[in-house]
Design a protein around this ligand. Structure first.
Ligand code: UD1
Length: 342
């Protein structure tokens, strides 16, 4: 089976390509490289010993998509293409709606034209917004609090409408909780442009003295230690979820839309993550507790039961491995990212 991975040169995309190749799928990657680098695709080949066909193109470029579908016998598409910085989406909402929605539309149009009706979509727990209850199940209300989260929800709705119009579509919508870590080889990982906003890359850079200290956003939440709690999930577990979703859709006789949380079901506080990172790195990580960050919730973690029931998937890596692999990646690539970011 040949899978087209849109946005496959990015953080979650590259790890998913590794998982797909190791599960025996052929992979074609299309990526604009706006937030990723060609070396990452080369490293996917190095890790797996398998080749990946790579096309540098904006997904919204219809001509280029047509050429890809004409040349390759594509069986399914995984869509990672999109901007993903929550804060940036608040400042530049139209960029997010233009890019994220139009990439999805262009892909769905091309798929319809070439009669490819299997799609896995990279969604986010950001679609839930402030959780009304915990753990968060797929049935929970969806009230995203940022244009980023809304762009994900709009695409989800679009996919459901496409299925309503033609029930033969097989769609999996995967809602990620907090992806962290890196491939254990240290060859691929998260490489945010500029100064990172997310917890794990910030901690890794503080541990390596690239940043002076960690600002912990809020120490007065109603949690065990006062810091906010999240469901961190190792990116390799997340990647495996995509292969399982593709397998499940492939086996399904009828079309359907599966909407599934990918999380561990366990929550860890910022301080717990910090302590674990200190343990794996052997470094002291200086921090200050500062004001809460606008838009943050106290506590978020998944109900992962449906993923087990539907695609036979559950997370296997714990927080120790998440921190260990994030640190390994930081050690191997800190210098190169420092040069690139300057
Ligand atoms: C956000 C997005 C989520 C996305 C994830 C990873 C929302 C609501 N959440 O999650 O969709 O999948 O990023 O890209 O849209 N923290 C600090 N100091 C820092 C950085 C973070 O204390 O310097 C804290 C935050 O307050 C939070 C926790 O660490 O409590 C995790 O933050 P972060 O990694 O940014 O992820 P989320 O905001 O949970």
């Amino acid at each position: 089976m040949k899978i087209l991975v849109a946005g496959g040169a990015g953080y979650i995309g590259t790890h998913t390509c590794v998982s797909l190749l190791q599960s025996g799928y052929e992979v074609v990657v299309v990526d604009s490289l706006v937030n990723s680098r060609i070396e990452c695709v080369e490293r996917v080949q190095e890790i797996t010993g398998k080749s990946v066909e790579f096309i540098e193109s904006d997904i919204r470029d219809r001509k280029s998509l047509n050429a890809i579908f004409s040349k390759n016998d594509i069986d399914a598409v995984i869509n990672f293409a999109g901007y993903k910085a929550v804060g940036d989406s608040v400042k530049n909402p139209l960029d997010y709606y233009d890019n994220n929605l139009n990439c999805a539309i262009a892909l769905l149009e091309a798929m319809s034209r070439f009669n490819v009706k299997v799609m896995v979509f990279s969604s986010s727990a950001a679609v839930y917004g402030e959780p009304a209850e915990l753990p968060i199940s797929e049935e929970a209300r969806t009230e995203p609090e940022s244009p980023y989260g809304r762009s994900k929800l709009f695409i989800e709705e679009m996919l459901r409408d496409v299925w309503h119009a033609d029930n033969s579509w097989k769609v999996a919508i995967l809602r990620y909780f907090n992806p962290v870590g890196a491939h254990p080889s240290g060859l691929i990982g998260e490489q945010p442009n500029g100064t990172p906003d997310n917890l794990m890359p910030v901690i890794a850079k503080v541990a390596q003295s690239e940043l002076q200290k960690l600002n912990i956003f809020g120490g007065d939440y109603e949690t065990l230690d006062g810091t906010a709690v999240r469901d961190y999930i190792h990116v390799m577990d997340l990647a495996g979820g995509h292969s399982k979703a593709i397998q499940k859709l492939g086996k399904s006789k009828k079309g359907r839309v599966l909407t599934i949380n990918l999380g561990t079901g366990k929550g860890y506080s910022v301080l717990e993550i910090l302590k674990t990172f200190e343990e794996v790195s052997g470094r002291k990580i200086p921090f200050d507790i500062v004001n809460r960050r606008a838009g943050d919730v106290a506590c978020s973690y998944a109900d992962p039961a449906l993923a087990k029931a539907e695609i036979n998937w559950n997370a296997e890596y714990g927080v120790y491995d998440m921190c260990k692999d994030a640190w390994n990646w930081q050690l191997q690539h800190a210098n190169s990212s420092r040069i690139e970011n300057n």
